[in-house]
Design a protein around this ligand. Sequence first.
Ligand SMILES: C[S@@+](CC[C@H](N)C(=O)[O-])C[C@H]1O[C@@H](n2cnc3c(N)ncnc32)[C@H](O)[C@@H]1O
Length: 237
Amino acid sequence: MANDPFGRAIRDYYLDKQEEPLIERNGDERREHPIRRFYFDKPSMDGWKKSWLNGPLLDMGAGVGSHALYFQEQFETVAIEISEHLVETMRERGVQDPRHVDMFSLRDAFERDRFQSALAFGTQVGLVGSIQGLRKFLGDLTYVTAPDATAILHCYDPDLEGTRTLLGFRDDPTPGLAYRVLHFEYEEKVGETLLFRLFSPDRLREATTGTGWEVSETKYCPPENPGDQYEAVLTKL
Ligand SMILES: C[S@@+](CC[C@H](N)C(=O)[O-])C[C@H]1O[C@@H](n2cnc3c(N)ncnc32)[C@H](O)[C@@H]1O
């Protein structure tokens, strides 16, 4: 991955040599990306994730491995990441099986039925870019997971008021859909433009049709005060 200011900044933070902030940018709009809180604070491991996930687990877009470090103590966990800086960081943090794999090319990396469950925490699934891209991703995920597998996806809901205030939010006239566009900047290096497709739980339900998955449960996070995100449990049909 050329340049990768995102991964470099997080790795610098880990190595205690980060001197400049990691910036999210949309045109002139700029916000500091909270590295410690997002990636290094212990993730809240509610009963929900524990009850739906089982090994072998595929952690997709694993960051610095916060979830993988927890789940690898319970069962086999493979942690995939697009940033080589973060793969290296995971290895140094004790993640047992970190791999440089694109979560949107799963069939190239893993054999059929390889995993019992999959997790994509951090809203990176929006990088599918389109509903067609989401359907392809779900189809590939079907291929690499067992017939009775489960998956948890963490997403922004464009129908929630909080989502509209995200940096880079772009409205869509179709209910339940929106986009988000941004890039990261670190030490004056600018990363590639990231295009996220945002979809509501109902749009996700529609998108699963014909992919081998159905949405079994959804919950807002936090449930008592929905801000902008939800988690969806997918089970095989
Ligand atoms: C918001 S972070 C979440 C990290 C981690 N799951 C967590 O909860 O702390 C999203 C991660 O997805 C990774 N990512 C983005 N596109 C990816 C792709 N195509 N394949 C694998 N990982 C990807 C990013 O590099 C980033 O580390």
